[in-house]
Design a protein. Structure first.
Lengths: 195, 293
């Protein structure tokens, strides 16, 4: 008789495999197996009430073999990476690092929640680093808002101007001298698998 | 005196420039040397963690490799850079294979990172290297009567709490007390400001920051002092939006902790980049207009 837990679709099986590879790629990642479902992570999370799946539920969903549902939820992109869950987990599970692992799986396979283009901020940021070696805040904001909702650009213009008047917003990107070094490092590191 | 390899990070070049100016001024005043790492690059922030962490660690390690040749500890004021650089060290120490991959990537730029460079936060350096007793002696303008809420944010104490407790940090409290200020009870001292959520999902960011400002007001703080450029800009730059959204009347100055150190050492607002703050401090004492009250 087949074990119902192992009856997953081929795409889900591939996602699970990718997930296990990811949690093996950082210190103590494997400890997710020790989850007690106590809910301390959700209780301590400052944004769990904005999530469609709470951190505790995310772990439960993973165990139920429903990774694609996790990736379609907003939760992993709502996580602000504050590490509260990580320091309070009684089982020392690296919850925040696990959220990052799920984000990587999502970005590599382009599986995202609807109408919540947070991942575009990451990709816009990465473009900046490749081009200039440093983040270009004005360009990041403008490009992200253009890609995620044009009206936001106008809503945030006042904020940008306020900072410009105090010399706190650079108009032009500054490229570092040896940006080619950074580009060579990125190219080479990209050859090393999916982690 | 001790010298440090300075890693300002991208935020400190622009939105966080009042932090950069004040860190440099305070270190100079205390006789602590800062030599900027030449041609440093972005640490990768949280963004590379979401895409491909080996790439993030590799570009982060370029900065560590550059600092390694300077033979000093790194001073990284941005909490996010601080955590990322520390995480990079931890990752490299954790797995020799990962270290080799990172070095293989660095070799594309003719660099190699072998000797662990210690990454420090200026709060840690001022309190633990320079020391509170020495600092008390250096204070010329004690901040008597100034009520300040110490806001640590997330990334200088979590995930590993390298120099303070992850839940109940006290370094900043002790620092401000040494400067003569009154540290108010501030329960959300390590509560998240929302970070990049202010850009990606403003509603969440506004609510979190509203709570942080409310707690400061409830405890009669006349200002909040931070140690992170993202916390600072979220609380300061969005305060008018928070007022509009939640019907508040906040007008709370959001300073960097280095501003208070600098003022107590007798430096002027402009020398500390405080003229760039969006919400000016009102206290005449803090503005250096009243001497030795």
């Amino acid at each position: 008789m087949a074990d119902t837990l192992t009856m997953v679709s081929p795409s889900e099986a591939e996602l699970q495999e990718a997930f296990w590879e990811q949690v093996d790629s950082f210190p103590d990642g494997y400890r997710i197996k020790k989850c007690l479902q106590c809910g301390t992570c959700t209780g301590t999370c400052p944004v769990s009430d904005f999530m469609d799946l709470t951190p505790r539920q995310t772990v439960a969903m993973f165990r139920a073999g429903r990774i694609e549902e996790i990736l379609r939820s907003r939760s992993i992109w709502v996580c602000a990476s504050c590490y509260s869950c990580t320091v309070r987990c009684p089982q020392n599970i690296r919850v925040t690092d696990t959220m990052y692992a799920l984000k990587r799986i999502a970005m590599q396979r382009r599986i995202y929640p609807r109408n919540f283009p947070v991942h575009r901020l990451s990709s816009t940021f990465l473009d900046n680093i490749y081009k200039y070696g440093r983040n270009y805040e004005l360009g990041l904001g403008v490009k992200y808002f253009m890609r995620s909702g044009f009206t936001k650009l106008f809503k945030n213009a006042g904020y940008g101007l306020k900072l410009m008047r105090r010399e706190r917003m650079g108009l032009l990107p500054q490229r570092i001298k040896r940006v080619r070094q950074v580009q060579a490092i990125i190219k080479k590191a990209n050859e090393f698998g999916e982690h | 005196m001790t010298d440090y390899a300075y890693y300002p990070g991208c935020s400190l070049e622009h939105t966080g420039s009042p932090y950069d100016i004040s860190v440099r001024a305070v270190f100079k005043q205390l006789g602590l040397g800062l030599t900027e790492i030449e041609d440093w690059n972005c640490c990768g922030a949280t963004m590379y963690m979401s895409a491909k962490k080996i790439v993030g660690y590799a570009i982060s390690a370029r900065n560590l490799a550059l600092a390694q040749d300077m033979g000093m500890d790194i001073c990284a004021p941005c909490s996010s850079c601080y955590t990322i650089l520390k995480k990079t060290n931890r990752h490299i120490a954790w797995d020799p294979q990962e270290r080799e991959k990172i070095n293989a990537a660095l070799s594309a730029a003719e660099l190699r990172y072998d000797h662990m460079v210690t990454v420090r936060h200026p709060l840690d350096i001022i309190v633990n290297d320079f020391g509170l007793e020495a600092l008390k002696e250096a204070v010329t303008n004690p901040l008597t009567g100034i009520k300040v809420a110490p806001y640590y944010g997330c990334q200088i104490v979590r995930p590993h709490g390298y120099f303070d407790d992850v839940d109940e940090p006290v370094t900043m409290d002790q620092l401000f007390e040494a400067l003569g200020a009154e540290v108010v009870h501030y329960p959300p001292k390590v509560r998240c400001c929302g970070g990049m959520l202010m850009t990606t999902d403003e509603e969440i960011g506004l609510r979190l920051c509203n709570g942080l400002l409310q707690a400061a007001a409830d405890n009669d703080a006349e200002m909040i002092a931070t140690a992170c450029p993202l916390c600072q800009i979220n609380l300061e730059g969005y305060q008018d939006k928070i007022n509009a959204r939640y019907g508040q009347k906040f007008n709370i100055p959001i300073l960097y902790f280095t501003h208070l150190v600098g003022l107590a050492l007798g430096l002027k607002e402009k020398e500390l980049g405080m003229d760039r703050l969006l919400i000016p401090v009102r206290s005449a004492k803090l503005r250096g207009e009243v001497a030795n009250v």
